[in-house]
Design a protein around this ligand. Structure first.
Ligand code: FES
Length: 345
């Protein structure tokens, strides 16, 4: 499928898409306001285009140290599992493909997102505030995968579980709530305990966190599943880690709720996020964090991306040589040494 609409929508870069998403935020229910902005950071168009334009993709992937499972091609129906609007994916997918086929001239990103959201809300008998986020995701999925691939995807929806089965308002309220500290909780100072709810492509769950503890430190105590069999980067808990010192970028996460109950990013975290290539908002309590740098003072809900990389310099061109640190960490090296010693290599 190649037409004026596709040609027009392919002209926009990532920054223009982020601006368009920001412009529709007021129309999006709270339940998906962070989620949609996180999704656009999990699937960064500029990185996709950098890799697409490389003569040797494998070499280009190595140059930005991609770990995990990058890309949308095999996740057309599932990448947005953490959005409330994911449940409207079949209707969004149909509306986006129909739009891609139509001869109607392209208007602007904001109007195209809004129109898809309106059509879908009617088809799904729901409110546009719940379809606008997933409409933006649908259009970007079209850009990154192409209409043919999108059409081939079966459109399967992952059934919501736990708190996500509730109403949008109840989900927002649940994310904002802290665990009870018991009858005498108000007397507690250092031993308050909270929870981190997490969701990833292959798993979801919850672990406890002590007041003022880093998310990764709490995650490392969670051994109730073989996380590594689900994501090879999860060798010590459900949150992928390597360095635990803001050096490698492995532990980046999106915060769906409770970001104001995490310690604000230090200047080092902000600098390193730039080096890794992630567009972390300048807010005091941004929705994109390094889990090894964020300490919790209440409950938080996070989403774990399926990949990590260091692409600030190559893709965004926003990093000086002197800001770079070696990506390979002592933790990774130590594990490699142990693995080769065990295998006798
Ligand atoms: S684990 Fe390396 S940046 Fe957090």
């Amino acid at each position: 499928m190649d037409n004026a609409f596709i040609n027009a929508i392919e002209q926009f870069n990532e920054s223009e898409w982020l601006t368009a998403v920001e412009s529709v935020l007021p129309a999006i229910h709270d339940v998906d306001r962070n989620a949609v902005q996180i999704w656009f950071r999990f699937y960064p168009l500029d990185l996709v285009r950098y890799l697409e334009s490389a003569d040797d993709v494998e070499k280009a992937m190595k140059s930005v140290s991609i770990g995990g499972d990058f890309g949308l091609m095999d996740k057309i129906d599932s990448s947005h599992h953490f959005l409330y609007g994911h449940r409207f994916w079949p209707q969004i997918k149909s509306a986006v493909i129909e739009r891609a086929r139509s001869a109607e001239p392209f208007t602007c990103l904001k109007t195209e997102i809004t129109n898809i959201a309106k059509l879908t809300a009617v088809a799904a008998k729901t409110n546009e505030s719940l379809t606008t986020a997933i409409a933006a995701v649908g259009l970007m999925t079209l850009v990154q995968t192409g209409a043919e691939e999108m059409e081939k995807a079966p459109g399967t929806v992952i059934q919501p579980e736990g708190v996500m089965t509730g109403s949008p308002d109840s989900i927002v309220a649940a994310r904002a709530k802290d665990d009870s500290q018991g009858v005498f909780g108000f007397l507690k100072t250092v031993d308050k305990k909270f929870s981190v709810d997490f969701t990833a492509s292959a798993f979801a769950g919850r672990f406890s966190i002590i007041n003022d503890e880093q998310i990764t430190s709490a995650s490392r105590k969670s051994h109730d599943r073989d996380w590594q069999s689900l994501d090879s980067r999860c060798w010590d808990g459900p949150v992928p880690i390597e360095c635990t010192s803001a050096s490698c970028g492995t532990c980046w996460v999106g915060v769906l709720g409770g970001q104001e109950k995490l310690s604000p990013p230090s200047p080092r975290e902000r600098r390193r996020m730039k080096v890794f290539g992630h567009i972390q908002p300048n807010d005091d309590y941004p929705f994109l964090r390094l889990a090894c740098q964020a300490k919790a003072f209440g409950n938080a809900t996070i989403v774990i991306p399926p990949w990590n990389a260091v692409f600030g310099k190559e893709v965004r061109g926003n990093v000086e040589e002197l800001e770079l640190e070696p990506v390979t960490t002592s933790a990774a090296k130590l594990r490699e040494t142990i693995a080769s010693a065990v295998s006798g290599e």
